[in-house]
Design a protein around this ligand. Structure first.
Ligand code: SF4
Length: 560
């Protein structure tokens, strides 16, 4: 595979890599979901279920007959041509419910994405992943879109085997009655279980939420949105908020008149979004608001796509502080790295304890974050599954969508996502201090409690280069046994993505990653846990090796 050289000056669309990693979307071949079709879902026979044939990502995929290798290769070349750094890539698998596709297709699809990044064909997925650890274009994160009822132990194991680090599930609205009426085919209980299983496996977890569904109303949307964060059974790391629209070919398009349904207008949507943004806690990132459907595919008035910007501008103009991660990221704010400090938020979630570590300045602008989960072992994946079934080398898989051709102009636009980042190991500036940041706390380690706490920390870098002992006067008592596990679900240092070896201005490659990992190790040790596990994108393994971690099963692990 021939690739052009990258230029780091002036990427044409810097927002794409401003969160540290360059996203690369690969689309699945069309396939109907097993449960049928959700009322709002537009997918037809010839395009992936949740998309229309006019969506740019789908049109791009159609030109390659949904071949993952060709899609990855072509997108990589476009990103290089646009001046984006491409040595840290997040693969995003889009289109349908991936875990419901034929198993061989799933393995081959992922292998071919790695092959394209590696520029050579491996004999099997394991070899492709191994090569990618040191490849020029490393897969540092992988996101799979999924349903809450496709997160069984076996399915989670498979996602780990693929090298997936982030899972997004559609929860839309937490209401079983509405789920039935809109043909979702799963229950709130499925959401609870998926959330717990995915977090225990170490995944970063995103929810898709849909205000304005039939049978809901603004009040109900807000009440049930509150529940997402007040109830410890939920508490996702990320959100996508896509208000419901009537899209051609969806079941809703056929019945909306009969059921007297109307989507929210812009004014109502804006009010709801504004209210939701204020409710989102500091550990959650809003990845995207508003789903972009081609105008000609929307029945009625299409929703205004830049409502998020309008809402955020209003917050900024009125000086309203919002805790949500994206608005606080250094990539979207003025660089000021004076008085950098570490802040730790501790909260209960899905029967475990989450420690959310943030490196921030005085204005709460975010330079890096780490998510550490401590929980009683209920799901464990200590060893990769046997290789006999899926180390079969390249197989003859039909990626294509039958009998369908397009002649539309192909757009080069691409979804923008966020992702973990990694940098080289380096020591921190000596003058960094961590000041007390005490708010409220919770001493217990109870299952499914809804309390939150923020702890006080003070750390100073000693002359020898280590951070001094951290006083943890306000943290809950260690209450762990050998059955408890500690797993880092996300390490992310912000700033414009840099290629390996480059020095960063904003955050990446300044040693913030090591600082966060040091703190996570101390917290795990303090909780009586003997080893720290990290879910790591395949291309980040080298970074963790430098920090003393070794591969064990699906995780990078260090004895403490
Ligand atoms: S689960 Fe997703 S892709 Fe499947 S029908 Fe529902 S919205 Fe569409």
């Amino acid at each position: 595979m021939e690739l052009k050289t990258y230029s780091k000056e002036n990427p044409k669309k810097p927002v794409r890599s401003v969160s540290g990693v360059t996203p690369l979307t690969v689309v699945l071949k069309p396939r109907k979901c097993d449960h049928g079709t959700c009322i709002f879902c537009p997918g037809g026979d010839y395009v992936p279920q949740s998309y229309t044939n006019k969506s740019p990502a789908i049109m791009r995929a159609l030109t390659f007959n949904f071949d993952p290798y060709e899609q990855t290769k072509s997108r990589l070349n476009s990103l290089i041509a646009m001046g984006h750094p491409t040595d840290k890539i997040e693969i995003i698998v889009l289109g349908g419910t991936f875990l419901q596709y034929e198993i061989d297709y799933q393995y081959e699809f992922i292998k071919r994405c790695y092959d394209a990044l590696n520029g050579k064909d491996a004999k099997d997925l394991e070899e492709a992943k191994k090569w990618n650890e040191t490849s020029q274009h490393r897969c540092v994160a992988m996101c799979i879109e999924n349903r809450p009822d496709n997160c069984s132990r076996e399915e989670i194991k498979r996602m780990l085997e693929f090298g997936c680090t982030r899972v997004e599930i559609g929860i839309q609205i937490l209401d079983d009655e509405i789920y039935k009426k809109i043909s979702r085919g799963h229950t709130v209980k499925d959401v609870v279980e998926a959330t717990k299983n995915l977090k225990n496996a170490g995944f970063k977890l995103g929810y898709h939420v849909m205000p304005g569904l039939p049978y809901s109303n603004p009040q109900k949307d807000i009440e049930l949105f509150k529940k997402i964060f007040e109830d410890g059974n939920f508490r996702p790391d990320q959100l996508k908020i896509y208000p419901c629209q009537i899209v051609e070919d969806s079941p809703l398009a056929k019945i909306y008149k009969k059921i007297g349904y109307e989507p929210y207008n812009d004014e109502t949507t804006k009010k709801i979004l504004s209210e939701m943004m204020r409710l989102i806690p500091g550990y959650c990132r809003v990845m995207r608001i508003m789903r972009e459907f081609p105008k000609e595919k929307v029945i009625g008035t299409p929703a205004t796509l830049h409502l998020r910007k309008e809402v955020e501008d209003e917050f900024r103009n009125k000086g309203i502080k919002v805790k949500e991660i994206r608005m606080r990221e250094i990539g979207f704010n003025k660089l000021n790295d004076e008085n950098i400090k570490l802040k730790i938020l501790e909260y209960d979630a899905s029967g475990g304890k989450e420690f959310f570590l943030e490196i921030v300045n005085d204005e709460d602008i975010l330079f890096g974050l780490l998510r550490l989960r401590i929980f009683e072992e209920e799901l464990s994946y200590p060893h990769p599954p046997t290789q006999d079934l899926h180390s079969l080398g390249t197989r003859d898989i039909d990626y294509s969508c039958p009998d369908f051709e397009i002649d539309d102009k192909i757009s080069q636009s691409q979804d923008t996502h966020s992702e973990p980042a990694f940098g080289q190991v380096s020591s921190l500036k000596k003058d960094i201090k961590v000041d007390n940041v005490i708010n409220f706390k919770d001493k217990s380690f109870k299952k499914n409690s809804s309390s939150l706490s923020i702890n006080s920390h003070r750390a100073e870098k000693s002359a020898e280069g280590d951070f001094g002992a951290i006083e943890i006067s306000e943290r809950s008592e260690p209450n762990v046994s050998n059955a408890k596990r500690a797993i880092v679900r996300e390490l992310h240092v912000y700033g414009q993505a840099l290629n390996l070896g480059d020095r960063g201005e904003a955050g990446q490659h300044k040693g913030y990653g090591k600082w966060l990992m040091d703190e996570a190790e101390k917290i795990a040790k303090e909780q009586g846990i003997e080893k720290l596990e990290v879910i790591s994108g395949i291309g980040v393994r080298e970074y963790y090796k430098k920090l003393g971690y070794e591969i064990e099963g699906f995780y990078m692990v260090k004895k403490l």
